[in-house]
Design a protein around this ligand. Structure first.
Ligand SMILES: N[C@@H](CCC(=O)N[C@@H](CS)C(=O)NCC(=O)O)C(=O)O
Length: 121
């Protein structure tokens, strides 16, 4: 079953997953969820994603961009660009960088993106 990415093309969360799929050479289907029209808050959508945000499914529903990217990196470890190191210390440094991105960088960068690019705040 082909993996389907449900999201909006301008969503940086969905874009991150799309980049991961591209790097791993995984074909996928993109289904537009129109955030402007509020499609992500419809009851039918909330049955698959209770937070009303983007997600992926290939029969296995998954959300949270970092969880999806890690899942794809490990599921397709043997194809495309290697994304998560196997060596213990290299992997620890990867996890360190991932935590810095999630907790020290993204909270500030995402506000700047929303302010300066999307002008939403
Ligand atoms: N913690 C989630 C956040 C997902 C998220 O905020 N997605 C945005 C698009 S980038 C969204 O769908 N926003 C709509 C909303 O939260 O109502 C993740 O890291 O994937």
């Amino acid at each position: 079953m082909v993996l389907t990415l449900y999201g909006h093309p301008r969503s940086t969360c969905a874009q991150r997953v799309a980049v991961t799929l591209h790097e791993k050479g995984v074909p996928f289907k993109f289904v537009l969820v129109d955030l402007v029209k509020g499609e992500h808050k419809h009851s039918s959508y909330l049955e698959e994603q209770p937070f009303g945000q983007f997600h992926t499914s290939n029969g296995f529903i998954l959300y949270e961009r970092r969880a999806i990217a890690h899942y794809l990196a490990e599921k397709y470890a043997d194809q495309g660009t290697p994304l998560i190191p196997k060596d213990l210390k290299a992997k620890a440094l990867f996890e360190q960088a991932a935590s810095i991105e999630a907790f020290n960088y993204d909270p500030y960068a995402s506000h700047a993106v929303f302010n300066k690019i999307f002008e939403l705040e």
